[in-house]
Design a protein around this ligand. Structure first.
Ligand code: ADP
Ligand code: ADP
Ligand code: MG
Length: 456
C-alpha cells in the first residue's frame, strides 16, 4: 500500500478521500489555492501545499504545480477526486510519466471514454445498446439536418467532451438546429476547451440509471447495483437514490444492466472505480449514455446499500491489490437517498450564494451521513462549485429512508448564505417522489416553488 497520497481536489470530496487514507494508514498531502487557506481539507491533511491563486486554472488545474507538490512531499500517488483533472487523460499520462500512480483508470481508457461520441461507437461494437444518433461527431450543418430528420425531432446536441450537464441543447425543428449547434459549440469550447459536438435522439421522459463498477488491474470486474439519478434540474443531478424505486426497477432489469456495465468496462480494459450511465425508457429498454471514469458525487448511496467503501477500494486497486470482493458477495441491503446541498438561491434561479456561514447545524443520528467541508465561520469562496454538503440517509426500506431524510433536512441549519435545503424538503415531500413516480423531466414540469414565488 502507498505510504503517502496527494489529493488533487478540494471541498467535501478531498475530505472524504483524506478519511479513507487515514483508515488505511496512508499519509495525506492536501493542495490548496490561496482562496482555500482556511479550507477544511488543508487543515486535516498531514501536510498541505499551496499550489496557486484562486482561479482553478492556476491551482487545481495546474498540472505542473501538482506534480511538483508530489515531488516535494514524496507522495507516490495522486487521487484526483471528481471534476477538475479527474477525467483529464493528459494529466493521468503526466503522472504515469513521472512515476506517480494516478488513482483511476489508465490514460488511454480516460481518453477513449472521455470522447463521448467515440465511446458510444466502442460500446456499440461491444454489443451494449446505445442511444440512436450520429456516428461519432457531427461533421457539418448539412449532415446535421439530414441526420435530425432521419432520427425525427426532438434531438439533442451534446458536447463530445461534456460533463456536469453542460454543452447540451434540445432541438425541436429544422429552424432551431443551426443556432442550437452554435450555442452548444460555444458552451463546449468555454467549458471543455473542445467544441466537438454529437447528436442523439431525444428520449422522452427517460430515467437516468447508472451502474457502479469496480475493476482491478487483472481483469476482474464487478458491479455494485444501480443509482437512480433521475431527479435533475437542467440535466444536473439534485437527489439520488439506491436502489431505484421498486415501481420501476426489477431484479431482472438490474441484472441485465449490471452485466452490460461489466461488458462495457471490459471492452475498454477498464481499471479502478467507474460508472456507466444509462437512460431507460418507459418500456424498460436501456441505452448507454456515457461512462464516468472517476469516483462520483453520489457514490455514498452505493456505499450505504452495499457496505463497501468505494474510495478505499480505489486505493487498494491502484496499489495493485486483487479485488477481494466477488460478484456473489455483493448484497444490496435497505435503501439510501442523497440530497445535494448547494449554497444557491432557488428563488433567484438557483444563483450561487457564496459568503460566510454564520451558524451551522448538521443533523446526525442513526443512518445519517453528512459529507461536507464547511464549518461555522467558514467563508464559501465564489470561485468554485456551489455544492457544500451531501446529506445521505440509509434506512431498512424506502419509506424509512424518506422519513430519515425528512427530519434530517428539517434539522439542517445553514445561516449566512442561501441554500437549497428547503427546496430539497419540498421535493422529498411531494407526492410523485413519495410514490417513486418520477423521471428526468420531473423538475422541468413541476414548479415546487410556485407558492414561494407568489408570496415574494
Ligand atoms: P456525477 O456524475 O459524479 O454526479 P456531476 O456531473 O455532478 O457528477 O459532476 C461532478 C462535478 O464535476 C461537478 O462539480 C461538475 O461541475 C464537475 N465536472 C463534471 N464533469 C466535468 C468536466 N468534464 N469538466 C469539468 N468539470 C466537470
Ligand atoms: P454529462 O456528461 O454532462 O453528465 P450526459 O450525457 O450524462 O451528460 O447527460 C446528462 C443528462 O442529460 C442525462 O442524465 C439526461 O437527463 C439528459 N440526457 C442526455 N442525453 C439524453 C437523451 N438522448 N435523451 C434525453 N435526455 C438526455
Ligand atoms: Mg453524465
Amino acid at each position: 500500500m502507498f505510504k503517502k497520497v496527494l489529493i488533487a481536489n478540494r471541498g467535501e470530496i478531498a475530505v472524504r478521500i483524506i478519511r479513507a487514507c487515514r483508515e488505511l494508514g496512508i499519509h495525506t498531502v492536501a493542495v490548496y489555492s490561496t482562496a482555500d487557506r482556511n479550507a477544511l481539507h488543508a487543515q486535516i491533511a498531514d501536510e498541505a501545499v499551496c499550489i496557486g491563486p484562486a482561479p482553478s486554472k492556476d491551482s487545481y488545474l495546474n498540472v505542473r504545480a501538482l506534480i511538483s507538490a508530489c515531488e516535494i512531499t514524496g507522495a507516490e500517488a495522486i487521487h484526483p477526486g471528481f471534476g477538475f483533472l479527474s477525467e483529464n487523460p493528459e494529466f493521468a499520462r503526466m503522472c504515469e510519466k513521472c512515476g506517480i500512480v494516478f488513482i483511476g483508470p489508465r490514460a488511454t481508457s480516460i481518453e477513449m471514454l472521455g470522447d463521448k461520441a467515440q465511446a458510444k461507437e466502442s460500446m456499440k461494437e461491444a454489443g451494449v445498446p446505445v442511444i440512436m444518433g450520429s456516428d461519432g461527431a457531427i461533421a457539418n450543418v448539412h449532415a446535421a439536418h439530414t441526420l435530425a430528420r432521419d432520427l425525427g425531432f426532438p434531438v439533442l446536441i451534446k458536447a463530445s467532451a461534456g460533463g456536469g450537464g453542460r454543452g447540451i441543447r434540445a432541438v425541436h425543428n429544422d429552424d432551431e438546429l443551426e443556432p442550437m449547434m452554435k450555442a452548444a459549440k460555444q458552451e463546449a469550447l468555454a467549458c471543455f476547451g473542445n467544441d466537438q459536438i454529437y447528436m442523439e435522439k431525444f428520449i422522452e421522459n427517460p430515467k437516468h440509471i447508472e451502474i457502479q463498477i469496480l475493476a482491478d488491474n487483472y481483469g476482474d470486474v464487478i458491479w455494485l447495483g444501480e443509482r437512480d439519478c433521475s431527479m435533475q434540474r437542467r440535466n444536473q443531478k439534485v437527489l439520488e437514490e439506491a436502489p431505484s424505486p421498486a415501481s420501476f426497477m426489477t431484479d431482472e432489469l438490474r441484472r441485465k444492466m449490471g452485466e452490460a456495465a461489466c461488458r462495457a468496462a471490459r471492452v475498454c480494459g477498464y481499471r479502478n472505480a467507474g460508472t456507466i450511465e444509462f437512460l431507460v425508457d418507459k418500456n424498460g429498454d436501456f441505452y448507454f449514455m456515457e461512462m464516468n471514469t472517476r469516483i462520483q458525487v453520489e457514490h455514498p448511496i452505493t456505499e450505504a446499500v452495499t457496505g463497501i467503501d468505494l474510495v478505499k477500494q480505489q486505493l487498494l486497486i491502484a496499489s495493485g491489490e486483487h479485488l477481494s470482493i466477488k460478484q456473489e458477495d455483493v448484497k444490496l441491503s435497505g435503501h439510501s437517498i442523497e440530497c445535494r446541498i448547494n449554497a444557491e438561491n432557488p428563488l433567484l434561479d438557483f444563483r450561487p450564494s457564496p459568503g460566510e456561514i454564520r451558524s451551522l447545524f448538521i443533523p446526525g443520528g442513526p443512518g445519517i451521513r453528512v459529507d461536507t467541508a464547511v464549518y461555522q465561520g467558514y467563508e464559501i469562496p465564489p470561485q468554485y462549485d456551489s455544492m457544500i454538503a451531501k446529506l445521505i440517509v440509509h434506512g431498512k426500506d424506502r419509506a424509512e429512508a424518506i422519513a430519515k431524510m425528512t427530519w434530517a433536512l428539517s434539522e439542517f441549519i445553514v445561516d449566512g448564505v442561501a441554500t437549497n435545503v428547503d427546496f430539497q424538503l419540498k421535493l422529498i415531500r411531494c407526492q410523485e417522489f413519495l410514490d417513486g413516480n418520477y423521471d428526468n423531466g420531473f423538475l422541468n414540469r413541476v414548479d415546487l416553488l410556485k407558492d414561494e414565488r407568489s408570496k415574494s
